[in-house]
Design a protein around this ligand. Structure first.
Ligand SMILES: [Zn+2]
Length: 184
């Protein structure tokens, strides 16, 4: 089973500086498909902006419906020679995962995905034992820059989303730094 750290490392190793996806959404897509989620990849466009890849994945069709919202794009690494570990290395050292987006917010997404998968594994692969309920992920590649082809359009156009609860794991499991996530 995919654990939070391995998912986070796979995501950090994708140099997904906005607007590039660099394979980041594919990492999430393959994991969630394997757990039985129906996965949609949606490209949003707007004049004068770069096309952006987005992902909506859901398991279950009824309420209650909890959505995990997040983004896989990151800001540019700047001077990479100034990094103690490579900006897209995904190195783990002294209990910390290093790399751009380790905290904001590939680490949070990884924790959410791992938690959802663990929950489903413990509940017969279903959101609820009685067959009701839904779990979904709404993940965009457009948050760190101008953020016009991402979550706002996703919520507006995907009327099927309509979550009853939403979680944005922006600072989950972080030690306060923006470039390293505690792995313990
Ligand atoms: Zn962010």
């Amino acid at each position: 089973m995919a654990d939070a750290l391995s998912i986070a490392r796979d995501l950090v190793r994708c140099p997904s500086v906005t607007p590039a996806d660099a394979g980041a959404l594919g990492v999430i897509e393959s994991i969630l498909k394997g757990a039985g989620f129906e996965v949609h990849r949606v490209m949003f466009s707007e004049a004068g902006t770069a096309d952006i890849d987005n992902l909506y994945a859901r398991i279950g069709n009824t309420a209650p419906h909890i959505t995990f919202a997040g983004h896989t794009d990151v800001v540019p690494p700047g001077d990479e020679t100034a990094w103690s570990h490579g900006a897209f290395s995904g190195d783990v050292s002294d209990g910390f995962l290093y790399g751009r987006g380790a905290v904001d917010m590939k680490g949070g997404i990884a924790c959410s995905v791992a938690a959802a998968l663990q929950y489903l594994a413990a509940h017969g692969g279903k959101p609820r034992q009685d067959g009701a309920g839904s779990i979904s992920f709404l993940i965009t590649g457009d948050e760190e820059d101008i953020a016009v082809n991402g979550t706002i359009k996703g919520v507006a156009s995907l009327s099927i989303v309509r979550p009853t609860n939403a979680v944005i794991p922006k600072r989950m499991a972080c030690g306060g730094a923006s470039m390293a996530m505690r792995t313990l």
